[in-house]
Design a protein around this ligand. Sequence first.
Ligand code: SF4
Length: 303
Amino acid sequence: MKAATAIWLHGLTCNGNTQSLLCAPEALLDTLLRRVNFLFHPSFCVEDSPCKAIEEVLGAKQRLNILVIEGAVGEDNMYRLKGRSFKEVIKELAQAADYVVAVGNCAVHGNIPALKDDVSGLQFKFKEPGGILGEDFRSRKGLPVINISGCPAHPEWIAMTLIALAENRIPQLDKWNRPKHLYAYFVHDGCLRVQYYEWKVEAKELGKKEGCLFYHFGCRGPLTRASCNKILWNSVSSKTRSGQPCFGCTEFDFPRRNMWETKYNMGIPAQLPPGVSLRGYIMLSGVAKTFTPSRLKKNLLEE
Ligand code: SF4
């Protein structure tokens, strides 16, 4: 099978998604590099400038299958290419590409850089549709920007999506244009602490195996769609498995202030998980706390 062509460009970014991708399992990375020919990638290519690859695509000398953008985009982005602003170049390349992929929360929703007025993600600014390409943008294959959100996005989500597109396998997308098979679940699904959540047993400190991190430590697992506890990081762990709260980094409202803290209104968490009513939460909390199994109150290694 002929490799698909791709150009990967950096906007306003910390490079975290590239670093994340480099941590993908070796076999997956190997498959990615066999299926996708990166005409330019800031870390994978020896060229230190994307100009040649961009000119060839815009001059119709080279077909571009996949355009990948990592980072938010603004009016005054870091560099100009042949007199055009970075934003203009991305718009032109996006029109030429079969598929456009936004990798990481900055490229998807704007994230911290989008606190500045003229900066946004490709088709969203936080939850508002639009972004630099506009709500109605469709690539040559008729698709909106395919969003792989996360800060950073999981290496396997990035690699699997690029491989699928290279083979013209189109994922079903959710309302944020993210592949459903990766973002239909909540981080809560598959977390090893769900029993503690259900019986309202709070974690006493970070980094321990016991307790749920929702009640004190701001865990957003029940409110955040991502498969972090199903497709584990480095194939072995996740934030909640290592005793840290999920910060909800795949959602439009990331980041938030005081991320290690659960906000309460009159003794009830200010944000309940989708589908949980206030009345139901109050009733179940009382029952759960009254009948908590004694084993859940102990250290796991205790008899
Ligand atoms: S730690 Fe977070 S993800 Fe895990 S059960 Fe508690 S709320 Fe859910």
